[in-house]
Structures are given as structure tokens and as C-alpha cells.
Design a protein around this ligand. Sequence first.
Ligand SMILES: *Cc1c(COP(=O)(O)O)cnc(C)c1O
Length: 397
Amino acid sequence: MDYNINNDGYYGDFGGAYIPEILHANVEKLRESYLGIMNEPAFRAQFDALMRDYVGRPSPLYLAKRLSGKYGARIYLKREDLNHTGAHKINNTIGQILLARRMGKTRIIAETGAGQHGVASATVCALTGMRCIVYMGQTDIARQQLNVQKMRMLGADVRPVASGNKTLKDATNEAIRDWCCNPADTHYIIGSVVGPHPYPDMVARFQSVISEEIQKQLQAHEGRDYPDYLVACVGGGSNAAGTFYHYLNDERVKLVAAEAAGLGVDTEETAATIKRGKKGIIHGSHTLVMQTEDGQIIEPYSVSAGLDYPGIGPLHANLASKKRAEVLAVTDDEALAAALELTRLEGIIPALESAHALGVFGQKKFKKDDVVVLTLSGRGDKDMETYVKHYGEMGIL
Ligand SMILES: *Cc1c(COP(=O)(O)O)cnc(C)c1O
């Protein structure tokens, strides 16, 4: 079985490019160009140099001894939290900004929910001297002030979106509208393995630097270049796609994806798209979508802003439906407990999203000799308010 994308832009039944006619030329140009550009030696050299000198790669593969002791396996953490800007998103935005420049674009647009992808996009625009417009819902602007301030300091034009619920979905619609009107000079940087083909494959390839490094690092640590398990959280699915990429067709390696259950998979307050979603189309991709009987998108909920997306990358919809990946749903409370546990056992405060991946250890037993690599997608600085409030209510802090 081949779990990579096929020539038509599908992973099994999932993927494709379901877009309005007016966007067709833009997406088609990108589809024709991306692989050729990414394979150019000069492009590769630029990307690799920025990964090393700007992002700080390779990110360490750290054997977490106290966490391993507690759960009885050899647990390694892939430290994407140590990247410049604090998460894995920068790998993708650097890739796309170089691609945009190579395609002659001068203006960048992006959408953002919590602001993490907006900050990563504004960062690479400052780095390359490109114009940057970030669409963000008014609700999100109000609750993510620090990231809004960072984007503005980096020189981005943050445009409030007042339609709908004033959150990520509405910001995305606005970005798409912008792209329709400015096809010649503008590149749209999507922040995860979602959207129309070729975005899911392009983003997965930029993020695959993660699994490429895991292979080399495991060889050095363990004398073999593959683990027994890979574990990652899934919002749209880009850090998980990067973690799984070089192991997709290696059945010795078991893949575990953690999605956000919110208050519980069987409640209305959830973002567990794989468990609760049905086939449908969202943002140009045929995938699993949380939707009502008549196909209206259901607003997702998770304590973690980076995971509350009502869709899922088509790569992951296929891995789950073919049972290549095991999908576990981790609740807010389980993630919050896991975040505190990692902090106290290893001295690492994880992002709330990454804490959902850590929540897997409370649900799944591993054997003593199992080698488990878990991707710590980001650091917890941005989540301190949530942590302090929650642990305060519990009387822990
Ligand atoms: C955005 C984000 C995620 C979720 O995005 P994916 O595309 O699913 O990886 C996970 N962790 C962190 C730290 C994030 O900022």
C-alpha cells in the first residue's frame, strides 16, 4: 500500500482541488511548479541553510528518561518547540516564502486563528522583505493580543474579519477572496496540510524535514533508523505529516495521531474530526468534516486554539480510514494533566497542542523496549494564561 499522494492529488478517497473557477489558474500554476522548484539544487540549498542557521535545525531528539521511567518505554521527544518562533510552523512558512519568491510573487497573504501561523508568516516576510497581509477574525484578535502585537511589530498588516463567527473559518474565506482579486503578484501561504491540492503535499514535504532528522538521530541513539511508534497531535495535521512522512509506507512503524476531544468525543464541545466527521468538502479539499445532517460546518471546540479546526488534512483522513494510523481523542483535561506532568518530570513546558500528543500515554500501554518518538510541536509560552487559570482552579498553583 502506498500512502503518499497519487498523480491526481488524492490520498485514497481524500484530497483533490474543489475550488471556484476564479482560483483555478492560481492553483494550477502552483501545482505545475512546486515539485520542480522544490527539487532544484539551489532551492534546496537555500532551504537547508535557513533551516540550519535561522530556525536552528536539526531540532534535538531527546530521550526523556523520567517520562520513560513512568510509562515503561523508551520515549524520545522531537523538540520542534526549540525552533525559532517556538513551533514547527516555521519549517513550512520558510519553504513557501522561498517558493513564492522563486515564482516572482511580491505579496503574501495568510489566514490565522490563534495567531501562530500569522506570526510564522509575518516572520518570513520580514526575513525576505515581502509585503504581508494576515486575515484574522475579530474574536481571535481580541483573545490573541500578544500574537497580534508580534505580527504588527514584524511589519504585517493584520486585517480584522467581521463576518460569521469572526474566527478562523471566516478569516480563511477572506484570504481566498483576496487571492481571487490579486492572482498575479500574490501567494497564499496555508499553514497546515489542508486546502486544495497541491497544498497538503507541498506542506507535508516542507515539514518532512522532521522525519528525515528522526531517521538520522535514531540511527545514532538506537543503532536503527526507525522507531516502533510515532506519536503526534493533529489539528490540520502538519506536524504529524512531517513526523510520519519518511515512515508512511514502513509498516514496522506504528503511527499514532492524537486529536482534540475537547470536553469529550460524544459531546457537542469537541474538535475530534476523525472520530466525529463525515466525508465532505472544506477549504477546497474532500476530507472528513464535522458537519450537520444537511452539511453545515459545525464549529469545533478545544481548549487548544491550534487544534480546533472542523476538518483534517486528507493524508490523515486516508491513514485513519485505512487503519494505517491509530487515532486517539484526548480531552482538554487529559491534555492539561499531561502538560503539567511533562513540566514536572522533564522541565519542559509544552504547547497545549503538543500536550494532546502527550495525553496518549494515559490511554495506551507500551512495552518496556518499545522505542516511541513523540513530536513536541511547540512550546508553552503562549498558553501560560490557560495553564495558570486551570491549575489555579485546581489549587495546584
Ligand atoms: C498550529 C499548531 C499545531 C496544529 O497544527 P498541525 O498542522 O496539526 O500541526 C500543533 N502544535 C502547535 C504548537 C501549533 O502551533
